[in-house]
Design a protein around this ligand. Sequence first.
Ligand SMILES: [Fe+2]
Length: 335
Amino acid sequence: MGLLKTPIALPFNITRMGYVVLTSSNFEKTRFFYESGLGLEVTFQDQNMLCFRAIEETYHHSLIFEKVDEGETGKCRRVGYRMQTDHDVKEAFNFFKSRGDKVDFVERPFQGLTIKVIDCLGVSVEFCATMEQSKNRMQKFHTHAGGKLAFLDHIQIACPDVQEVYQWYNDLGFRLSEYTANDGTEEMWGVWLKRKNNTQDIVFSNGAGPRLHHIAYHTPEVANVIHAADVMSSMGLAGSMDRAPGRHGIGNAFFIYFRDPDGHRVEIFTSHYNFIDIDQEPKRWDLTDTTRSQLWGFPAPKKWFYEASEFDGIEVKKPLKDAPPVTLEDFLESW
Ligand SMILES: [Fe+2]
């Protein structure tokens, strides 16, 4: 199937990745990791729900945790995108309904009109245009802590059939900015799909799934990425680092990855680039080119490739493409 033509005259406008809903078995530990460690702001907490947002975010939340029993494995429950207006949300409802998707209007605290649809992976995907607003901390510089996270930028999901999910999201207007394909072919291994100005809102990569590989917060400076590591270390959270700092070939991101107390992976990164103009072609990477994941040559450790958060109630299936990545462990054996 290869490269797809993205429709540009849809009756609705998805603006960006909006929020992610994960489970936590211990709010105290979750709060210590995200608030005291990474520097996110808590905007709501009760017995069942814990909400966070980042420095530039004026809206109520970009990250929600729902409480589960102690000892339960961390799961992803839903992901949410933002739309331009409530009219777009209603038009999207009609669009999904007319083609037979399972779609409903749902009530969500702190959000305006919201719909939930089940995507081709079985994942619950929500869309809303509005959310409660309040003054952000952007110019309260004395409160910027940890990695000084500015906003939720994108998420990555591992799934068994990348071409199928690329088609599903392409039909909603998600445009391809970069991709990995089997060498010399257009057989997709990973697709970087965007709605907002930069290279990605959602990434789908080949792997056992569907599973949430990571959520990613943007920070404006490389120094902040390094400072995050220093702060996490000084707070006794150094062991939560999942992948050491480096630069992705794809997207040009300078990154670091941590795992939260429930195993959810969080990327803190800077330096994505604008991808806006309609005549800009997607950038292609060969699957065997390891610089796509690490421009400096040191691949990611095995756990980064193979561990991820399952979606609540969704069976994990093996990938269609058997393409084991070169891991840090493989690399060091011959180094
Ligand atoms: Fe990422």
